[in-house]
Design a protein. Structure first.
Length: 175
């Protein structure tokens, strides 16, 4: 069995800086619009919007979770998204990889595994479809932030728009 070594730690650098420890966080496969259409019986266009909203939401949640994870394992570091499409998670504030001992290497491996597990969970079909359902992104007129906190509780914007159309207000939903 091959062991994990300093050579396995990926480095990423931008703008002619020295490389920092990094994890490739590019996502190549997510649930499809067909999955959304099948589950919610919505239009292809609405399914596409729902997938975009879900991806954006999952991405935001991911970066919030990762920042906390990194701080737990490596206090006083900063986590950044780098690369053309933000596909690299880069950690600043760690010593040069060449100076790491076995303990530090073990901490990095633990962090790297946590990142990969988090990505896998965030790209899971069931998690996506449940998030789309909870946020009602499959509904016509849905928005990324589809809920409003009113005095009498939460209000779903897509449902308000649908009710307005039914009431004859002639509301036009444009994308």
């Amino acid at each position: 069995m091959r062991t994990y070594s300093k050579n396995d730690v990926q480095l990423h650098c931008e703008h002619m800086q020295s490389g920092h420890p990094a994890v490739n966080v590019k996502v190549y496969r997510t649930p499809t619009t067909d999955d959304v259409v099948e589950r919610f019986k919505c239009s292809e266009a609405q399914a596409q919007r729902a997938c975009e909203y879900c991806f954006n939401s999952m991405q935001q949640i991911f970066w919030e979770e990762i920042e906390s994870m990194a701080q737990e394992i490596f206090p006083h570091v900063k986590v950044y998204s780098e690369g053309r499409s933000g596909g690299w998670l880069v950690v600043h504030g760690l010593p040069e990889v060449e100076t790491w001992d076995a303990v530090m290497l073990g901490k990095w491996r633990k962090f790297e595994n946590m990142v990969k597990v988090t990505i896998k969970g965030n790209c899971d079909k069931t998690a996506w479809l449940d998030s789309i359902e909870a946020n009602k992104w499959h509904q016509e007129g849905a928005e990324l932030y589809n809920f409003y906190d009113a005095k009498n509780g939460h209000v779903c914007l897509s449902e308000m728009k649908q009710e307005a159309v039914k009431a004859g207000f002639g509301l036009v939903v444009r994308r």
